[in-house]
Design a protein around this ligand. Structure first.
Ligand SMILES: C[S@@+](CC[C@H](N)C(=O)[O-])C[C@H]1O[C@@H](n2cnc3c(N)ncnc32)[C@H](O)[C@@H]1O
Length: 255
């Protein structure tokens, strides 16, 4: 998949029920270059990580899947590659990221199979237990109220369904830690800022460094309605894949 930069993005986001400047506002500025920057900054590893995320969902034909913080739909496309006979919903607050997603889905001939909705992970407009599986890649870091989002995930996924969360973090152990830190603190903001001309990549650096270490994030998941089944460290701990399911008896609290 490549960046969708050829056609102009809509000048103004369509009006809808979300407040202007919501938590996806920052991504509106970089939507056109997001895919290319992602590939460069992750050294191409982002695709492999998304494949691992989707594999963890253990998808079966006919299931209904929700991809939160869907952005430019890379996870949705990976889901459909792995299991074409699914109902997929992608949700994101950024109209411009969703505009890129729509174009990519149309190009892949998948537009009919996916519903894209504007919305935030903290307030999901879906019924309880209405999905078999839920994914969120590089999104939870950007969600202002993480506990609320985790409770919503536990609410909308059926009991025994799968929740898979992929997120970057600052590597804290191992011999490559100094190199990884240099990469996050020096190279990512420099390359991101240079290529996009945007301050958003300074935010990326800070948000990666500020994201809790895997043990603490897994505890947060457990406190907010998810039973953590596995935590996988990828690329020497630069990225983690958290696999979970709704914990028994939390559905009432999540409402
Ligand atoms: C780094 S991008 C990840 C996009 C995509 N999942 C991927 O794998 O490339 C983060 C996305 O999170 C979205 N986002 C920000 N705040 C959010 C929120 N409160 N709820 C859901 N998504 C949010 C942004 O609009 C952006 O599209």
């Amino acid at each position: 998949m490549s960046a969708s930069t050829s056609r102009p993005l809509p000048a103004r986001p369509p009006a809808d029920d979300l407040p202007a400047g919501g938590s996806g506002a920052m991504f509106d500025h970089i939507a056109g270059r997001y895919d290319l920057l992602n590939r460069i900054i992750s050294l191409g590893l982002d695709r492999r990580w998304r494949r691992q995320l989707v594999a963890a969902l253990e998808l079966k034909p006919g299931q209904r899947v929700l991809d939160l913080a869907t952005g430019t739909a890379d996870v949705v496309l990976e889901i459909l590659r792995r299991q074409p006979r699914l109902e997929v919903v992608g949700l994101d607050p950024s109209p411009r990221m969703l505009a890129v997603a729509r174009r990519k889905l149309a190009r892949a001939g998948a537009a009919e199979r996916v519903v894209l909705r504007r919305g935030r992970a903290e307030a999901l407009p879906f019924e309880d237990a209405s999905f078999d599986a839920l994914s969120i890649a590089f999104g939870i870091r950007n969600v202002p109220d993480r506990p609320a989002a985790l409770r919503q995930m536990a609410r909308v996924v059926r009991p025994a369904g799968r929740v898979a969360i992929l997120e970057l973090g600052e590597p804290r152990v191992g011999v490559l830690t100094p190199l990884a830190r240099w990469y996050v603190h020096r190279l990512v903001p420099a390359v991101g800022g240079w290529l996009s001309g945007a301050r958003e990549y300074a935010y990326l650096e800070h948000s990666i460094a500020a994201f809790p270490p895997p043990g603490r994030f897994a505890e947060l998941m457990a406190r907010h309605g998810l039973e953590v089944l596995a935590v996988h460290a990828l690329a020497f701990g630069a990225c983690h894949l958290y696999v979970a399911r709704p914990a028994a008896g939390v559905r009432e609290e999540a409402r």
